[in-house]
Unconditional design. Structure first.
Length: 242
């Protein structure tokens, strides 16, 4: 059975279907919808990712390129790039990348920074489709980003604007692991972190390039925190709260 992409999106991002949609589905008596609802109920009872050993944890490391820092002021998502990682193994062949249709002119600074031109965005998919495709790619994985507040803010804003759905997906920030592994090292930018860990800086400010570098960084620090006895994300959060 191929599920409606919007339903897949809501399942992945919210972790539940809101009451109005649920009621609508209940009103449809097709065997496929009934089977879907039963499977959804089972999946909602699964063990959370907090207790999965870091060696077995499936994550999708991702990055957004945007027109600015403030989605509430009209800044838009230009592209999404992502790569899958299991434990400390970067699955370099399992990637996601898409431009997103964007209205208006890009600033000279953004074009210089990202290398993206307006002409590339004219025929790009609408952001709603890009988001659904991205969440389908990330289904069953924990999201990871470098300084994730930027990504989280944009996903929260556009999930509500486009789908009237709150963003509730867990995003783990790479800085969480850095603070545990090297609490006295003050590193901020992705470039500085990569150089510190001997990760080559390639395709900076390209969403997929940044996602790949962040994935390598994640891999490095997963290994380092495990050497300190940290076994899962729950223990990561517990260590940070001390």
């Amino acid at each position: 059975m191929r599920m409606n992409p919007l339903i897949q999106f809501m399942k992945q991002v919210q972790g539940k279907i809101n009451s109005s949609v649920y009621a609508s589905l209940q009103g449809q008596s097709s065997p496929q919808h009934v089977a879907f609802l039963r499977q959804l109920e089972k999946e909602l009872k699964m063990e959370e990712s907090l207790t999965v050993p870091l060696n077995d944890l499936n994550v999708v490391v991702f990055d957004l390129e945007t027109t600015g820092f403030f989605p509430e002021q009209g800044n838009q998502i230009l592209s999404i790039g992502a790569v899958k990682v299991k434990g400390g193994e970067v699955r370099r062949e399992e990637t996601f990348y898409s431009l997103a249709h964007c209205k208006g002119q890009l600033s000279h600074e953004i074009k210089e920074l990202t290398g993206i031109e307006e002409s590339e965005l004219e025929n790009a998919p609408q952001l709603s489709k890009v988001l659904v495709d991205f969440y389908d790619f990330a289904r069953g994985h924990v999201l990871v980003a470098h300084h994730a507040s930027h990504e989280k803010k944009f996903l929260q804003h556009y999930n509500w604007k486009l789908f009237r759905s709150q963003f509730k997906h867990r995003i783990v920030d790479t800085s969480f692991l850095l603070k545990i592994a090297e609490p006295n090292v003050n590193l901020v930018t992705l470039e500085d972190c990569c150089k510190h860990c001997n990760v080559p800086v390639i395709d900076r400010h390209h969403a997929l390039g940044d996602a790949k570098m962040t994935a390598e960084l994640w891999s490095v620090y997963v290994a380092r925190v495990q050497k300190l006895g940290i076994k899962n994300l729950r223990e990561v959060y517990e260590r940070l709260s001390r």
